[in-house]
Design a protein around this ligand. Structure first.
Ligand code: AHQ
Length: 235
């Protein structure tokens, strides 16, 4: 069996950072403080659909994963988002972010602002996790290798440039600063361990590329729906 060297495999995975959504014009504008209130609200309301589906994506991976050791660590992701009691977890924190940007919990929760392109991209990600080999679904989560820098930049931007947003609403991003590196370290271990042949490694890189497309197309849809040419008031 031909085994590619691990370093070149990790290099190929990390090269996917070139297509990460931190480079999307909408995120660039956001981090430069150039989005208006309605665009921030639209992004928060649409990204909520991604957040509320992450636990189902991770549960799909758990259901396909035969490795008890992997499942023991992977299940923490579900607890991070769902919490273990009312008022806890990332989904709750995102609802607080919604209120901090001037939305009601109800209008975030009921998905009234979610645009078709966001729904389709998120549903494609959940279905990917349900239908692809579990290691490929793990590989698709490796966009989080690139997330900490983006979270830190976003936090700085929100704290300094969007002073109308209640800083308490930013708790979600602060939590990701530690959760994302922990999660991506585990996911990388799993992918290196289970992707030994050139074909397996190519499929892991393709899975990560697919996930970059999921994140990128979400922002395409949000940017178009909330382009500053449309009216201010219909947030
Ligand atoms: O808030 C994010 C999150 O909970 C996750 C889970 C992880 C996955 O399993 O795919 N990816 C992810 C991401 C989150 N936030 C995004 C952001 O820009 O705020 C980044 C995204 C990711 O890098 O995949």
């Amino acid at each position: 069996m031909v085994v590619s060297d691990t370093e070149s495999f990790i290099g190929a995975l990390r090269a996917q950072s070139q297509s990460y959504h931190s480079r999307h014009p909408f995120h660039v504008k956001m981090n430069e403080g150039r989005l208006n209130r309605r665009q921030i609200q639209g992004w928060v309301a649409n990204r909520f659909y991604y957040q509320k589906n992450i636990p189902r994506k991770d549960a799909a991976i758990l259901s396909n994963c035969p490795d008890r050791e992997v499942r023991r660590r992977w299940i923490q992701r579900i607890l991070d988002h769902d919490g273990t009691a009312e008022g806890e977890g990332g989904i709750e924190a995102w609802l607080c972010l919604g209120e901090a940007v001037g939305l009601t919990r109800e209008e975030v929760w009921d998905e009234r602002h979610v645009v078709p392109g966001v729904r389709f991209a998120v549903d494609a990600y959940v279905n990917f996790a349900r239908t692809r080999p579990w290691v490929e679904a793990v590989a698709s989560s490796l966009t989080e290798l690139f997330a900490p820098d983006l979270m830190a930049e976003r936090l700085r931007a929100f704290e300094r440039l969007y002073t109308w947003i209640d800083p308490d609403g930013l708790a979600y991003f602060r939590a990701r600063l530690t959760q994302a590196p922990r999660d991506s370290e585990h996911a990388l271990e799993v992918v290196i361990e289970h992707c030994r042949t050139p074909d397996e490694q190519a499929r892991a890189v393709a899975a990560l590329s697919f996930k970059n497309d999921v994140l990128w197309s979400m922002l395409d849809a949000i940017e178009r729906a909330y382009s500053s040419s449309t009216r201010e008031e219909d947030a």
